[in-house]
Design a protein. Structure first.
Lengths: 255, 311
C-alpha cells in the first residue's frame, strides 16, 4: 500500500513538473536609473523568453504580465468637505503601504490573464498592491480613499495599466517598454514578470531596478537631511551673494 | 533636455521635475512687479508655486530663502542713501524673530493635522483682502484729491501709542515712542512670514506709516532691513525642522527675481505713485479673489495625498 502511495505521489509530482516546468528568462535595458539635475523620466525596455523544457499545452494562450513597482510607503489620504462655506480637509485615512509608482504591462486584459486567487497570491493588480487595514471608525467608506489614491496617481501618470503593451512572439519571445515619469522617488524598484495560462501563473521572475539621485542632487539631498544647519547657512549665503551681485551688476550697467 | 524644448530640472528636496524656464519666468515676472511696487513679491510667488505643483511646505520655506536675496539686493541702495533706521529695525527685528519662531511652530503643528494648506490660504485671503481694499480706497481717494494742495496731515498726532511705557528715541525716524507697538508689529509680521512664506512688507509698510508714524522715506529701507533677518531666521528654522528648503528651486527663482526686480525699478520710476498704488491694489485683490474662489468652489478632486514623515 505504501509503495502504491509513493508511486502515486511521484506520478503526481512529475505531472506537476510537466505543468510548471516553464521558465522565463528576462532582461532589462538598464537596471540602474540615476536621477540627475536634468532628469525628465526614463524608458525601460523589458524583454525575455519563455523557456519550455517540456512540450507546452497550447490549448489556452499564454499571457505575460510585467509589473514594475517603486518601494511602498505609507500615505495619508484626506477628504475635503464643505464646512462654514469653505472646503476643508475633514476625514483622513492612512494607507499603510502604497507604491508611489506602479506599472502593469500585459499581453491582454489583466482580468483574462489572471484569476482572482492568483492576483491575491501574487499581488499583481494595483488594488492588490495597496494595503490599507487601519481606517478609523469615523470613516464609513474607507474604499473610497483607496480608490482616490489610485485615481490621483493614474492622473499623474504614476499608476499605469497597459493592456496589450507586451508583445509575445511565437509563445517564446516577449518585450515591452515602460515609461517612468520624471517625478520618481528613490529606491529599489521591483520588476516582476509572470507567465500565465488559463488564469494561473505558470512561472515568475523578479529583479530590481535601482533608482537613486546622483551627482549634485545626491549631495544636496544628503546635506539637507544630514547637516541641515550647514545646508540652511549655504542657502542663505547663496541668497545674500545673489542679492549683492545683482545690485552691483546693475549699478555698473546704469552708470 | 535640449535647447529648443522645455528644460526640466529635478528639484532634489521637492522631488518633482519642473520646467526651468517656467521657474525663471515666474521669478522674473514677480521680480519686475516687486521692483515696480517696492514689495517683496512673496505674496504672489508662494501661491504661484502652489499652482505649479510644488508642495506647500517646500514653497513656503524656499520662498523665505528667496526673499533674503531680493531684500538684501534692495536694502543696499537704502543703506547708501541713509534711509534705514537701524535702531527701529532692530526693535522690529526682536519682535520679528519671536514671531517667526511662533509661526514655524504653528505651521508644523497644523501640518501634522493636515490643515496647513487651509491655514496658509486663509491667511492669504484675509490679509490680502484687508490690505488690498485699504490700498484701493486710499489710492482712489488720492487720485481724486490729486489737484488739492496741502493734504499733508500733521505727523505727530498724539494717540494712544504715545501713552505706552518703555519709551525710546529713534533719531533717524524722529520719534520718541514706546517699544511695545514696534515689537508687537514685528511679532505679527514674523508669524505671517513663517506661515505664508512672505517678507511681510505689505503689512509692515502701512503699519509703520499709520501706526508708528514713521516718515515715508525711511519706511521701505527699514522694512527691508528687518525682513532680511526675519526671513533668514525662518529659512534656518524650516531647513532644520522640516528639511523643506529647496536650494535648486531657490536659485532658479532668485536668478529670475533679482534680474526682474532691477527692470521693475526702472519701469516703476516712470509711472505715477497713485497709478502704481491702484495697480498694486488691483493685483493684491485679484490674488485674494482667486484663492477665495478656490476655497469656496467645490474642487474637482476632493481627495488629496500627503506623505507621512516626509512632506
Amino acid at each position: 500500500m505504501r509503495t502504491v502511495c509513493a508511486y502515486f505521489l511521484i506520478t503526481l509530482f512529475c505531472f506537476a513538473r510537466a505543468v510548471f516546468s516553464q521558465e522565463i528568462v528576462m532582461g532589462l535595458s538598464k537596471n540602474e536609473i540615476g536621477i540627475t539635475a536634468f532628469f525628465d523620466g526614463s524608458e525601460i525596455l523589458v524583454f525575455g523568453a519563455v523557456k519550455a523544457t517540456d512540450e507546452l499545452s497550447l490549448n489556452e494562450p499564454l499571457g505575460v504580465v510585467v509589473a514594475i513597482a517603486s518601494p511602498r510607503r505609507a500615505v495619508m489620504v484626506r477628504r475635503k468637505e464643505k464646512k462654514f462655506g469653505i472646503w476643508v480637509n475633514v476625514d483622513s485615512v492612512e494607507i499603510d503601504l502604497a507604491p508611489s509608482f506602479y506599472a502593469v504591462a500585459t499581453t491582454g486584459p489583466l482580468s483574462q490573464l489572471l484569476d482572482t486567487v492568483e492576483d491575491l497570491r501574487h499581488s499583481i493588480s494595483v488594488e492588490r498592491m495597496i494595503r490599507s487595514v487601519g481606517a478609523p471608525m469615523s470613516v464609513d467608506d474607507p474604499v473610497a480613499f483607496t480608490k482616490a489614491i489610485i485615481r490621483i496617481r493614474q492622473d499623474q501618470g504614476l499608476y499605469q495599466t497597459l493592456p496589450g503593451a507586451v508583445t509575445l512572439q511565437d509563445n517564446t519571445l516577449f518585450s515591452t517598454s515602460v515609461t517612468l515619469p520624471a517625478n520618481l522617488v528613490e529606491g529599489a524598484y521591483t520588476t516582476r514578470i509572470f507567465l500565465t495560462q488559463d488564469g494561473k501563473v505558470l512561472a515568475q521572475q523578479e529583479t530590481k531596478i535601482d533608482v537613486r539621485k546622483v551627482g549634485i542632487e545626491r549631495w544636496l539631498y544628503n546635506l539637507a537631511h544630514q547637516r541641515p544647519a550647514t545646508y540652511g547657512l549655504l542657502s542663505l549665503a547663496i541668497a545674500i551673494f545673489a542679492g549683492w551681485s545683482a545690485a552691483a551688476v546693475f549699478r555698473v550697467i546704469r552708470t | 533636455m535640449g535647447l529648443c524644448g522645455p528644460m526640466y530640472i529635478y528639484l532634489p528636496i521637492a522631488e518633482v521635475s519642473v520646467n526651468a524656464f517656467l521657474l525663471l519666468g515666474l521669478g522674473g515676472i514677480v521680480g519686475v512687479l516687486s521692483g515696480m511696487f517696492g514689495v517683496g513679491g512673496g505674496f504672489l510667488m508662494t501661491p504661484l508655486l502652489f499652482f505649479i505643483g510644488i508642495p506647500p511646505a517646500v514653497a513656503v520655506a524656499t520662498e523665505a530663502n528667496q526673499i533674503v536675496a531680493s531684500s538684501f539686493s534692495g536694502v543696499l541702495a537704502h543703506v547708501k542713501r541713509r534711509t534705514v533706521d537701524f535702531k527701529m529695525g532692530g526693535v522690529l527685528l526682536i519682535g520679528g524673530l519671536i514671531g517667526a519662531g511662533m509661526g514655524v511652530f504653528i505651521f508644523n503643528y497644523l501640518k501634522g493635522l493636515g490643515q496647513v494648506d487651509l491655514l496658509v490660504k486663509l491667511c492669504y485671503v484675509v490679509f490680502l483682502g484687508i490690505i488690498g481694499s485699504l490700498m484701493f480706497i486710499e489710492s482712489l481717494r488720492a487720485l481724486s484729491n490729486v489737484k488739492r494742495v496741502g493734504t499733508s496731515k500733521p505727523r505727530h498726532k498724539r494717540t494712544w501709542i504715545h501713552a505706552l511705557p518703555i519709551k525710546m528715541r529713534f533719531r533717524v525716524s524722529g520719534l520718541y515712542i514706546s517699544v511695545i507697538p514696534p515689537i508687537s508689529i514685528g511679532i505679527l509680521v514674523g508669524v505671517l512670514a513663517a506661515i505664508m512664506g512672505v517678507g511681510g512688507g505689505f503689512i509692515m509698510v502701512p503699519a509703520m506709516i499709520y501706526i508708528l508714524g514713521m516718515p515715508t522715506k525711511v519706511v521701505v529701507g527699514t522694512s527691508l532691513f528687518q525682513i532680511i533677518f526675519v526671513t533668514a531666521f525662518t529659512t534656518m528654522l524650516h531647513a532644520t525642522t522640516n528639511y523643506t528648503v529647496d536650494m535648486v528651486l531657490a536659485v532658479l527663482l532668485l536668478v529670475g527675481g533679482v534680474i526682474g526686480a532691477q527692470f521693475g525699478t526702472v519701469i516703476g520710476a516712470k509711472l505715477k505713485a497713485e497709478q502704481l498704488r491702484i495697480l498694486l491694489a488691483t493685483m493684491v485683490l485679484l490674488v485674494c479673489a482667486k484663492l477665495a474662489f478656490d476655497l469656496i468652489v467645490e474642487p474637482s478632486e476632493i481627495f488629496n495625498l500627503s506623505g507621512i514623515g516626509g512632506h
